[in-house]
Design a protein around this ligand. Structure first.
Ligand code: NAP
Ligand code: MG
Length: 402
């Protein structure tokens, strides 16, 4: 079979540790034999970010703006321990945070379901998709840790130079203060991205904040969502037979546990960060989750929702076998290739990506999987595969059907 040709390159963003080990194997065994891969490669491994003073992260985000679609590997967000481990110049910021801030947008995380792994929440029958606002709030904050007591204020100077002040607290002793922000423009595009996603997938949209406590900040999110829904989406939702439902975050959490799933849960940045991990884990594994950043300007970044799997990497370095699940990384590639195929009108590329996804599902459903899934699957796994064996099994099966 002739290899599928691509037109526009994918922006390929490499990362760290175990996921960096798996990345080239996935490319070599599951994609390159079938697709004449065209990529623009950016090395966001921690050493190269340090070497380039993080310029490579900005370059990668700009490349996504230029080409439209990126695929990103998991990367280390350095803490103090990492600064020492890699002798870094400084504690570089989260590359995901930097890229999301540059592209704006919403991250959609969708569990990948297989019929031999039942969700931890027994009522869940369909995937719960978390739509996480990927801009602002605590991810772009200013913080002060005080050594003494004192007056903490919030000050806004408008474009005319007029100041608005509000006292946060008269601190009686040492304490902590934090300032966060969001913009109406970003919240509006978050709302539209969620409503568009609901329409595209024909699923209800649930949105939650804590507007009873945060009467201006969170209430603004609520009002913007309601306003955009009313004026732009109400009719479309009615025609499609789907609904938009707003309630408090605590209420959604309680209802979610009793629901059968099948909705988009639009979450503020922090809620989405935390809840998507909970949802992923309840559906089986962090590695069974696809994740895409959809920017209002029409850019897409596909990624794995999990981290660099540090513990497995240290085992790998000692020469021991690992059983790291490559599914989320594979779905990052298939998602990106499918989107590239749609944009460049290459149906073969889309069809290939779907075949690879189906192969992954079928292989696991037939009992061949990595250890994380074997621990929770029923009926029991036929064979627990190590990291390489799992990819080799997929490669063989893919060859057989293509
Ligand atoms: P992690 O890499 O997500 O791994 C946490 C644990 O989850 C692993 O130790 C493993 O459990 C399990 N796990 C995660 N992915 C797995 C996979 N593909 N297959 C099998 N098991 C998997 O989180 P972390 O170890 O806390 O973080 C490591 C680094 O990743 C950190 O430096 C962090 O900054 C970074 N990080 C990056 C991203 C990103 O770039 N998207 C996201 C989160 C974290 P067992 O050990 O029990 O097998
Ligand atoms: Mg998280």
């Amino acid at each position: 079979m002739a290899k599928i040709q691509m037109e526009t390159p994918l922006v390929e963003i490499d990362g760290d540790e175990m996921t960096r080990v798996l990345w080239p194997i996935i490319k070599k065994k599951l994609i390159a034999p079938f697709v004449e891969l065209k990529t623009q490669y950016y090395d966001l491994g921690i050493k190269n970010r340090d070497k380039t003073d993080d310029q490579v992260t900005l370059d990668a985000a700009n490349a996504i703006k230029k080409y439209g679609v990126g695929v990103k590997n998991a990367t280390i967000t350095p803490n103090q321990a990492r600064v020492e481990e890699y002798s870094l110049k400084k504690q570089w910021k989260s590359p995901n945070g930097t890229i999301r801030a540059m592209l704006d947008g919403t991250v959609f995380r969708k569990p990948i379901l297989v019929n031999n792994i039942k969700p931890g929440v027994t009522s869940w029958k369909k995937p719960i998709i978390v739509g996480r606002h990927a801009y602002g709030d605590v991810y772009k904050n200013a913080e002060i840790k005080t050594r003494t007591g004192g007056k903490a204020e919030i000050v806004f100077t408008d474009t005319q130079g007029k100041e608005t002040r509000e006292t946060i607290m008269e601190l009686p002793g040492p304490g902590i203060i934090q300032g966060i922000h969001n913009t109406n423009a970003s919240i509006s595009s978050f709302a539209r991205a969620c409503f568009e996603y609901s329409l595209d997938q024909k699923i209800d949209c649930w949105f939650s904040t804590k507007d009873t406590i945060s009467k201006r900040y969170d209430e603004t999110f609520k009002l913007i969502f309601e306003n955009i829904f009313e004026h732009e989406y109400k009719l479309k939702f009615e025609t499609m037979g789907i609904t938009f439902f707003y309630t408090l975050i605590d209420d959604v959490v309680a209802r979610m546990m009793k629901s059968e799933g099948g909705m988009l849960w639009a979450c503020k940045n922090y809620d989405g960060d935390v809840m998507s991990d909970m949802v992923a884990s309840a559906f089986g594994s962090l590695a069974m989750m696809s994740s895409v950043l959809v920017s209002p300007h029409g850019y897409y970044e596909y990624e794995a929702a999990h981290g660099t799997v540090q513990r497995h990497y240290y085992k790998h370095l000692k020469g021991e076998k690992t059983s790291t699940n490559a599914v989320a990384l594979i779905y990052a590639w298939t998602g990106a290739l499918k989107k590239r195929g749609e944009m460049d009108a290459l149906p073969q590329l889309c069809a290939f990506s779907e075949k690879l996804e189906k192969t992954v599902i079928k292989t696991i459903e037939e009992g061949y999987m990595t250890g994380d899934l074997a621990a929770i699957c029923n009926p029991p796994a036929k064979k627990i595969l190590d990291s390489n064996q799992f990819i080799d099994t997929l490669a063989q099966r893919l060859k057989d059907i293509l």
